[in-house]
Design a protein around this ligand. Structure first.
Ligand code: GLU
Length: 497
């Protein structure tokens, strides 16, 4: 692979047709990394000329999701830049001018075939078991006559005049050279009858005008890649470096994920859409780390990367063209790692909305105290309220059956709770350093198991059977509340008799 010598100008060019998914996130990330690493620019271009697929609000969601990931653009529709406009719907005349140029140079032609006529041709080709291609009727028209018909307002499209002989050789950075017989390349439509350019023309024009040096895009563009090279060559422009990324497969590794499968994932607490991942408690840092490694590796073993690491270490020649299966277990793993990498206040601030969503009024100072015990235990932020919500409750309501330790009666459990309370009252403070060794001795002396004794205490004090470590929790809850809750549990157990 040739060394990248100068600053790269790269563009992310999504169509606002729905939610931003992992595939888009990865393309945008690689674009961004290459731009930042080389001191170049990352450009956001919105490809919104297909009004039928246009989704209201998708552009806003896209920008929010990219910014959530930590990806900022240097030029784009909202901030402008020297090569704008950056929305294709605002560039209609630019494309028409270039289409005209191709017609004049003999690389494109007007086609007046009606949709009805094309449909007939299609059906005949189907009967002959041929794949669909334009039959070339208007390719043979006299250019002057065709121009006059177009000028007179006769409905027409503009098609690319693909050479019919010879071979086109194109080069993808990951796959090397790809050769295709020109006879296999159709005379694609560049401009539709409504005057709007299609991707094949619009994207090539924009990449040229915006001085793009590297085109990183999905491998769904490989079939029309030779056409794109031919269009660029017809203009006499220099081709960018082409990078077609690998395909994402569903977690089983068998095939691509259907829309339905993608939507259903949410039931298991996962999603391929960025807007969902945030609400599910994933950190953008983890998503970036996870997505970066779906098709790229550094040394094959290093796994933990922050954005600055990636900017430093990313390289096109470590990209892998093989399909990558989406592995959500890995996402959980990375999320855990990045949660543990956050500093206390940062993690606390990110947890606040998750507690509030569950109806807890958060005391931030208290939350900061809880962080050390939470940080090592949660894989996603949304696990925190269930695990630690009790810290923000004034009252806990243990279930009676949970207060009764396994293999014991309510009377025995009440007696244990009483003994525990008595012992704790003898201590100067209930810090884990003091309380835990003392209570372990008490357990020994009583002849019950630690599971039984601490189980009763845990349920009495936290209201739940599973909690962060008991003694650390007790210290945060505070002596007075701990004693009060034990007293209440004793009464509850006694009343059950
Ligand atoms: N608008 C195209 C898409 O969303 C862009 C492809 C490209 O990056 O060139 O697939």
């Amino acid at each position: 692979m040739p060394e990248i010598t100068g600053p790269a100008r790269v563009r992310f060019a999504p169509s606002p047709t729905g939610h931003v998914h992992l595939g888009s996130a990865r393309t945008a990330l690689y674009d961004y990394l290459l731009a930042k690493q080389t001191g170049g620019q990352f450009i956001l271009r919105i490809e919104d000329t297909d009004r039928k697929r246009y989704v209201e609000g998708a552009e806003e969601e896209l920008m929010t999701s990219l910014r959530w990931l930590g990806i900022e653009w240097d030029e784009g529709p909202d901030i402008g830049g020297p090569y704008g406009p950056y929305r294709q719907s605002e560039r209609k005349d630019i494309y028409l001018k270039y289409a005209q140029q191709l017609v004049e140079s003999g690389h494109a032609y007007y086609c007046f075939c009606t949709p009805h006529k094309l449909e007939q041709v299609h059906q005949e080709q189907q009967q002959r078991k041929e794949s669909y291609h334009y039959d070339g009727t208007c390719r043979a028209l006299d250019p002057k006559e065709a121009a006059a018909r177009a000028a007179s307002g006769e409905p027409h499209v503009i098609r690319f005049k693909t050479p019919k002989t010879g071979t086109t050789i194109v080069k993808d950075q990951l796959r090397g050279e790809i050769a295709i017989e020109n006879s296999q390349i159709d005379d694609y439509v560049l401009v539709k009858s409504d005057g709007w350019a299609l991707y094949h023309l619009a994207a090539m024009v924009d990449d040229h005008e915006m001085k793009i040096t590297h085109v990183i895009r999905g491998s769904e563009w490989l079939p029309t890649f030779p056409l794109h090279s031919l269009i660029i060559r017809a203009f006499g422009w220099q081709e960018p470096t082409w990078v077609h990324l690998s395909v994402f497969l569903k977690p089983s590794g068998k095939g691509k994920m259907s829309k339905r499968e993608a939507t259903d994932l949410i039931k298991d607490g996962y999603s391929i859409f960025l807007k969902d991942l945030e609400g599910l408690g994933y950190l953008p840092e983890a998503v970036v780390n996870w997505v970066a490694l779906m098709g790229w590796s550094y040394d094959g073993s290093t796994e933990f990367f922050t954005m600055p690491d990636l900017v430093e270490k990313f390289s096109l020649d470590r990209l892998n063209p093989s399909p990558a299966a989406i592995n959500f277990t890995k996402l959980d793993h990375f999320n855990g790692l990045h949660i543990r990498n956050l500093d206390t206040n940062d993690l606390a601030s990110r947890l606040v909305p998750f507690f509030e969503k569950e109806g807890f009024a958060v005391d931030f100072d208290k939350l900061v105290k809880i962080i050390p015990i939470l940080q090592v235990r949660i894989a996603t932020l949304d696990e925190a309220p269930q695990m630690a919500g009790f810290f923000f409750r004034n009252k806990v309501k243990p279930e009676l059956e949970d207060l009764i330790a396994k293999g014991l009666t309510a009377t025995e459990s009440a007696a244990i709770a009483e003994r525990c309370l008595r012992e704790l009252r003898t201590l100067d403070d209930i810090s884990p350093e003091k309380a835990e060794p003392h209570m372990r001795e008490v357990v020994e002396a009583m002849g019950y198991s630690a599971g039984q004794v601490f189980g009763i205490m845990r349920v009495a004090i936290t209201g739940q059977k599973v909690s962060p470590p008991l003694f650390e929790s007790m210290e945060i809850i505070g002596k007075d509340t701990v004693f009060k809750r034990l007293e209440k549990a004793i009464t509850q157990l006694r009343q059950a008799l």
